[in-house]
Design a protein around this ligand. Structure first.
Ligand code: ADP
Ligand code: ASP
Ligand code: MG
Length: 409
């Protein structure tokens, strides 16, 4: 008998019919003797609808109030799912994040989980209940409702699995596992039977939204056995996220291609090339809680240089306004920007022991006439920033060039 946490994404609970199907699947697992904690997302489109409503009232919604609104989507699905389970004659009980409680910090709209009180859940499980916990939400130490960032139900599920020391955390979604790249962009993408934790971390952080990055971080920290599966198909093995020690076999050089369309580039032109400039530019950006991704400082000439970096597109205007202020301060000539950028990354632990991956990537893009504007690398990934209009082409040609469409690649 195992303790299993199952998370169902928005599409999987997108209608009452689908919720009934989820209930049947949960019932089958329970019938096999397992204890279950189930974490649904809001019905698909609901969180977007709620955020849009908020923006109709206030273009820049107060973050605390936004979380009050955005968190309600999951309150609906926990109730509906519990009821669907009861209709099957099972004992079920739902809890919001605050009721559990899922304690977070107070960073509204992107709160981090600090701890989870597992006492009630354990007592309910012992009494034979299926426990249904709202994803995406928590509560801070002052009792304010918080949310965990878009896609945060993944993180709720993995954090619950860690707190409960569950045997497995299963992420049920609308694809049957983690693919070599988003199968919606490249139909030839292949499902991976397993992916290393490190690779999954890179894929998630570089834009593969199949798992929220924080859920992967949690899984790594607490060694949660994590699997991605289809909620629409029966019996598939999905993709297991493995920890490297478990794996002795040789890994492919490249496991996948991740991409992100939400990039924006900012450039400070004509900055005096002197110590402290990077700090003077990026300090105020960090103080405004804006994450900076890729950074380039050009080679200086005549005592002047250019300094570019990328941020999330949502934060482009805010970052630009900050730079306009910094400009006078540091004696820069001009601020330029482009908020239609995308980032494409090839990821693979096998890269560590192979050379030539970067040159193959750059050659492939060059052959298509795609200009690379920025590059960043780590041991297991190479990322390039390009014009957004070439994104899909870039992903497709790289997928082919690295033979990710071939079995055993
Ligand atoms: P859910 O609502 O279940 O959380 P998401 O939309 O957040 O689902 O994540 C699943 C989606 O992630 C898939 O439909 C797919 O389009 C996308 N995706 C992006 N990259 C990948 C990948 N490498 N493997 C599988 N799916 C991916
Ligand atoms: N409902 C939330 C969202 O749309 C959380 C999730 O789906 O994981 O972002
Ligand atoms: Mg998701």
């Amino acid at each position: 008998m195992a303790l299993i946490v199952q998370k169902y994404g928005g599409t999987s609970v997108g209608s009452t019919g689908r919720i009934k199907n989820v209930a049947k699947r949960v019932a089958r697992w329970q019938a096999q003797g397992h204890r279950l904690v189930v974490v649904p997302s809001a019905m698909s489109g609901e969180t977007n609808r709620l955020i849009a409503l908020a923006k109709e009232i206030s273009p820049n919604p107060d973050p605390r109030e936004l979380d009050v609104i955005a968190s309600t989507g999951e309150q609906v699905t926990i109730g509906l799912l519990s009821m669907a389970l009861m209709e099957l004659g099972l004992k079920a009980k739902s809890y919001t994040g605050a009721q559990v409680k899922v304690l977070t910090d107070s960073a509204f709209t992107k709160a981090r989980i600090i701890s989870i009180d597992d006492e009630r859940i354990r007592a309910d499980l012992a009494a034979g209940y299926i426990v249904v916990v709202a994803g995406f939400q928590g509560v801070d130490e002052n009792g304010n409702i918080t949310t965990l960032g878009r896609g945060g139900s993944d993180t709720s599920a993995v954090a619950l699995a860690a707190a409960l020391k569950a045997d497995e955390c299963q992420i049920y979604t609308d694809v049957d596992g983690v693919y070599t790249t988003d199968p919606r962009i490249v139909p030839e993408a292949r499902r991976l039977d397993s992916i290393t934790f490190e690779e999954m971390l890179e894929m998630a952080s570089l834009g593969s939204k199949v798992l929220q990055i924080r859920s992967v971080e949690f899984a790594g920290k607490y060694k949660v056995k994590l699997r991605v599966l289809s909620s629409f198909e029966e019996g598939g093995e999905g993709t297991l996220i493995t920890f490297e020690d478990d794996i002795k076999m040789e890994r492919p050089i490249i496991s996948g291609i991740a991409f992100n369309r939400d990039e924006a580039k900012l450039t400070v032109l004509g900055v005096p090339d002197r110590p402290g400039i990077a700090y003077q530019i990026l300090g105020p950006i960090a103080d405004a809680n804006i994450d900076v991704d890729m950074i380039i400082q050009n080679v200086g000439h005549d005592g002047m240089t250019d300094f570019s970096f990328t941020v999330n597109r949502n934060e482009y205007e805010k970052a630009k306004a900050i730079l306009e202020q910094v400009k006078g301060h540091i004696g820069a000539r001009e601020i330029a920007g482009d908020n239609r950028m995308a980032k494409v990354s090839v990821v693979g632990v096998g890269m560590r022991s192979h050379v030539g991956i970067a040159s193959k990537m750059f050659r492939t893009l060059a052959e298509e006439g795609i200009n690379i504007q920025m590059i960043s690398t780590s041991e297991i990934k190479i990322s390039v920033a390009i014009d957004e209009k070439y994104l899909e082409l870039a992903v497709r040609v790289l997928h082919k060039a690295f033979e990710l469409d071939q079995v055993g690649a």
